[in-house]
Design a protein around this ligand. Sequence first.
Ligand code: DOR
Ligand code: ZN
Ligand code: ZN
Length: 421
Amino acid sequence: MKLLLKNGNLVLKDCVKKADLLIENGIITKIAESIEENCKTLDLNGMHVFPGITDMHVHLREPGYEGKEDIESGCRAAVAGGVTRLCCMPNTDPVCDNAVVVSYVKRRAEEVNLCKVLPIGAITKGENGESLSDIGKMKSAGAVALSDDGKSVMNSQIMRLAMEYANDFGLKCLCHCEDKNLVDGGVVNEGYNSTLTGLKGSLRAAEDIMIARDIALSESLNVPVHICHVSTYSGIKIIRSAKARGVKVTAETCPHYFILTDDIITTYDTNTKVNPPVREEIDRKAVAQALKDGTLDCIVTDHAPHSLKDKQVEYNSAAFGISGIETSFALSYTYLVRTGILTLSRLAERMCAAPARILGLEGGELKEGAPADISVFDLSEKFVIDSNKFLSKGKNTPFNGFEVYGKTVYTIVDGKLKYGV
Ligand code: DOR
Ligand code: ZN
Ligand code: ZN
């Protein structure tokens, strides 16, 4: 089983280099200026070859909410977005809080056989915030991290225990940071636009307080912690100063937080409703800057597909979330690289290498001996985002009609072509 990629622009750690790349039995075996092999060959004609994207924050919805997404549709959408590996959140029904559900998700993903799927186990039983789930058994079944995503663990003593047990098993807690009492039913960022629209706002502090708490626990206990979907400039300041003192904190953000501001909520389009909410220009700029300086380690999607009936309702009742896995690369390339904020190598660091490092997984870089998880993009052709063409069941995006660059051409997982012809 050999596959030769010819004439690609390889996005390497420190540079972009025109080279050929040979895959044998699922492994990158050779990178060189010119390789000749009598095997299946793809002439890339100057297109860009990235390490496969690892999206460490995805909602696949199965089991339980297959109307919104299932493992198959989610994985099809993932490879269409250049994602070769994803971690799926446990807020399913039943919640992924035990070894049986972890095994089910893994087995179903293996049958689907598109991208790699690594389940995240719930921190607490049923994400109830009060009783710890069986962390050791979930780890043995294949869970790669723990999270009660969708909710915060409000009880700090439970969070303390979770972080300690998780660490004993070599897992990290991925923290959805939201002080439930302070949010108090808010659906958008609290500020000028919440007043203008009459939609109930939620303060930055609701996010920042929990970021600060989880960092305080990490620092006191000397265990690592990962902060999910950072959206506030003030939260970024907390993370930056924690990193400066050597706290083992890592953090992620999503394209909507470095592209959008809450000006978009004035349309009352429920596709703009996401948790945490998109905030103001000061936040948007800070998120982009933090991706540049490394305060934010990685870009994830928080792919949160919902059905039309969950979104075609009044703003207050609509579900939170954006279907993002098919647009993440193009949006990140367009808004971070074409604007000069990140180089291509830095974008690969944020989308491919950093998530792997945070979770202690192999891969994430194009080099000889690495697994052949590879994404090929055409960076030159402009296209318009159209959710009707999404492979995901979730058509809920605020980016419809946006003009972007960075079309996925091929997605290769373990040396096998999973997207593109
Ligand atoms: O917008 C969101 N959607 N934020 C979350 O934390 C959960 C997610 C979901 O599951 O729909
Ligand atoms: Zn979340
Ligand atoms: Zn999420």
